[in-house]
Design a protein around this ligand. Structure first.
Ligand code: FAD
Length: 179
């Protein structure tokens, strides 16, 4: 018996998920893609400078790991050591140019951002200074029931001129024992 065939137009995440599902069901699948590379809105491309790879569309995919579409597939998940970094070399009101946030940093206007690189702590609120390298931290706070540790953010280093001159963000974090 001739095998059943399916044609999928478009190799974005939905097209690829459909293609995989159809192939798993035993169909012979052909995927047509008009762009030069597969992936649709989940592609990565050098949009600015050579070697600097950007998300073309989707950048944050928090539910992907739990998606049934990926269950059982041999997929390698890649978590960036720096989930966020300022890409523009221009001073911003709340997030200084060239600053880097390490994984799991949670910032709100009330979370203290404490610079621990000098002999005394320097505290900022709602503002990350330019070129700061920020990691999550905790600080003790006394309550009637005892002392508990609340979240804060720690500035543990500063991106150097050399780093800012396009050395990778991963290197900036590794210099400080992260990533
Ligand atoms: C700027 C932006 C940011 C986004 N950020 C996020 C995010 O952070 N998190 C998130 O979950 N989602 C995000 N999204 C949404 C996410 O990218 C889309 O939901 C997802 O890509 C849709 O997948 P898809 O397969 O349906 O379509 P697409 O990813 O658009 O893929 C469609 C594919 O079909 C191809 N195609 C179209 N017509 C034809 C044709 N006639 N012949 C051959 N090929 C064809 C296209 O070239 C493309 O490759 C973002 C979208 C945009 C635009």
């Amino acid at each position: 018996m001739a095998s059943r065939k399916a044609t999928v137009v478009g190799s974005g995440p939905n097209g690829l998920a459909a293609a995989v599902r159809l192939a798993q069901a035993g169909l012979e699948v052909t995927v047509h893609e008009e762009a030069a590379t597969v992936g649709g809105g989940c592609r990565t491309a050098e949009l600015t400078l050579p070697g600097f790879r950007h998300d073309v569309c989707a950048a944050v995919l928090p539910l992907a790991r739990r998606s049934p579409a990926f269950a059982g597939l041999d997929v390698e998940w890649i978590d960036p050591p720096a989930p966020a970094a300022h890409a523009l070399l221009k001073a911003q009101a709340r997030f200084g140019a060239g600053a880097v946030l390490g994984p799991n940093v949670s910032l709100t206007s009330s979370v203290p951002i404490i610079d621990v690189t000098g002999s005394e702590p320097v505290e900022h609120r709602g503002y990350v200074p330019p070129r700061a390298i920020v990691i999550p931290g905790t600080r003790p706070k006394a309550f009637p029931a005892g002392t508990y540790h609340l979240a804060c953010a720690l500035i543990v280093g500063w991106r150097s001129e050399a780093t800012e001159l396009k050395v990778s963000l991963n290197e900036a974090l590794r210099e400080h024992g992260l990533g």
